[in-house]
Design a protein around this ligand. Sequence first.
Ligand SMILES: C[S@@+](CC[C@H](N)C(=O)[O-])C[C@H]1O[C@@H](n2cnc3c(N)ncnc32)[C@H](O)[C@@H]1O
Length: 223
Amino acid sequence: MEENLCYNLEFLDPNLSKFTVESPSETTISKYANMADLYENNILSWGYMGHYFTRDALLELQLDKHSRILDVLAGTGLLGMEIKEFGYENVDSLDGCAEMLEKAKEKGIYKRYFISLLGEGHTLPIQDDTYDVVIMSGAIGKCHIYPSSSFPELIRVSKPGGFIVFPVRTDLMDDGKYVGGNFTTDLGIFEKAGILRNVREPKFYEGYFKGIDCFTYIMKVLK
Ligand SMILES: C[S@@+](CC[C@H](N)C(=O)[O-])C[C@H]1O[C@@H](n2cnc3c(N)ncnc32)[C@H](O)[C@@H]1O
């Protein structure tokens, strides 16, 4: 695969071959706006399992069903649908793309729908210390979000002692395929500062997409 391509999105739209990692998030959002109708069919046809693995990581925590949860980069609500099946009803959603969230609204799974960009200095329209858990699937990667630019806001809106739960594709952990060098180093900023701690070792799953594996992370917010 040619260097610098946004390979998350090229799964969804083959015309994205000129879409580089330097593209700002507004460009990402406009691509999703154009593909909102096709998103689920396309991504599922590529064998996408991110929402299932993230759901399983959340279930490991065995949280109260009334816990306040924020699904970040919620898209059309694939993850929200999964966790609703397990009785979590107090779930809000956030995404920078109104068209994607509109699809989630049709499913009626979230309590609130925040349309907002995350990262690159954007402030979420959410008060400090609001959520017991922030969850996200299909979120970390090129043209999407990175810990160093987006986790400060997620930590701010999390309650002290809350959790941030997410999968990371193994191919993003290789040097050179990750903006700023290396995922583990990027996340390590928060661990070294004592703000985030792994609740358990990152858990390996085969087949995030066909031929691409992932680790799920459960991180506790210490602030
Ligand atoms: C791959 S989809 C994942 C959707 C859903 N979580 C899932 O697992 O199917 C990525 C979503 O992130 C949103 N997004 C990408 N970059 C964003 C950013 N910087 N801020 C807010 N939303 C963003 C897109 O609009 C899109 O809906």
